[in-house]
Design a protein. Structure first.
Length: 91
C-alpha cells in the first residue's frame, strides 16, 4: 500500500475521534482567594465536531486514492520505449 493510504488512515481515525469524543481545552482564567477558600473561574473551549467529520472525509478520500492500483504508463515513440520510472532507452 502507498504512503497516501497510511496517511489517509491516520487522518481518518483522528477525524472520527475528534468528531465523536470532541476533546476540549481548559483554560484557567482567574483565581480568587480569601483566607483558606479559593475560587477558580475556568473556560472550556472544545473543537467542534464538524472539524472532525471534515478531517474524516479527507482521510477517507486519501485512503481510497491510496488503494487504487498504480498503473505503469508506457509511451512508445518510434523505436524508443519510455517508462515512468526509468530513463529512455532504445531498442
Amino acid at each position: 500500500m502507498s504512503k497516501t493510504f497510511w496517511i489517509g488512515l491516520v487522518v481518518l481515525v483522528l477525524g472520527v475521534v475528534v468528531a465523536l469524543a470532541g476533546p476540549s481545552f481548559v483554560h484557567n482564567r482567574d483565581t480568587y482567594g480569601v483566607g483558606d477558600a479559593s475560587l477558580t473561574v475556568t473556560d472550556r473551549n472544545g473543537i467542534p465536531s464538524w472539524v472532525g467529520w471534515i478531517a474524516a472525509a479527507v482521510g477517507l478520500v486519501l485512503v481510497l486514492s491510496g488503494i487504487r492500483r498504480n498503473k505503469t504508463s508506457v509511451t512508445v515513440v518510434r523505436d524508443t520505449v519510455i517508462h515512468e520510472d526509468q530513463s529512455p532507452r532504445t531498442s
